[in-house]
Design a protein around this ligand. Structure first.
Ligand SMILES: [Mg+2]
Length: 241
């Protein structure tokens, strides 16, 4: 089956952004005079909840001083806006590099005529900031579809953001391959009918990646894409452990 498009998750897949997110959350909490400080271990568990606002809600809901849902959501929106500003500032300034093999994979896929797309539950401003701080804002133009938190209300593991990307690309799932770093991402991609390749990281290592085509340490093995792209799946699988 010819491969027409690669659809990438962003956080943890294109870049190890989770530490930058965690630090931005903690800084936003401190600036709001809240005593919350998420450790790496805590954040690893909190990452099971997709979406930053939803993550704050999940954490706050289990505290004894949690307010009612409406008051809580108003405060969460404010906190999350502050966190996003802190995060994008850090990422835009180049503090978070792309993961090994990502740039080469993107460039090779483009050279091979493979369409590129993004399907993420993070906000669009975060995606823009990551590219501004790494390959440059112009590289956003490499992607035929950029679907984000604003595109699909239901976050991963729901398939919605992948279904939106497929609709924008006008391609059936059988001609596309998703690239993810987490179990939630694998579930979302599979529920959208996509095969999925996992590039695991420190936050997601050891998760249950059942249903994935392969689990890789990173994307360094994928840059030598052949021409024509129809035979791309072979080398991809060769790169697996
Ligand atoms: Mg991810």
């Amino acid at each position: 089956m010819p491969l027409d498009a690669l659809i990438f998750d962003v956080d943890g897949t294109l870049a190890d952004t989770e530490e930058a997110h965690r630090r931005a959350f903690n800084l936003a909490f401190a600036q709001a005079d809240l005593p919350w400080r998420w450790s790496v271990e805590e954040y690893r568990v909190l990452l099971d909840v997709a979406g930053g606002k939803e993550r704050i809600r999940a954490y706050w809901s289990q505290l004894p001083d949690a307010p009612g849902p409406e008051a809580m959501w108003d405060r969460i929106l404010t906190l999350h806006a502050a966190k996003t500003a802190l995060y994008t500032e850090a990422v835009r300034s180049g503090q978070v590099p792309l993961r090994p093999g990502v740039e080469a994979t993107l460039r090779s896929a483009r050279d091979a005529g493979i369409t590129l797309a993004i399907a993420t539950t993070t906000s669009r401003v975060n995606v823009d900031a990551l590219f501004e701080g790494t390959l440059g804002a112009g590289a956003l133009g490499w992607f035929s579809a950029i679907c984000t938190a604003e595109t699909a209300a239901k976050k991963k593991p729901a398939p919605d953001v992948y279904l939106a990307a497929l609709a924008q690309l006008g391609l059936p799932p059988a001609r596309c391959l998703a690239v993810e770093d987490s179990r939630n991402g694998v579930l979302a991609a599979r529920a959208a009918g996509l095969e999925v390749l996992v590039t695991e990281n420190a936050y997601t290592r050891g998760q249950d990646f059942s249903g994935a085509l392969a689990v890789l340490d990173d994307l360094t093995g994928l840059h030598a894409l052949p021409d024509p792209p129809a035979s791309m799946m072979g080398p991809m699988l060769d790169a697996t452990r």
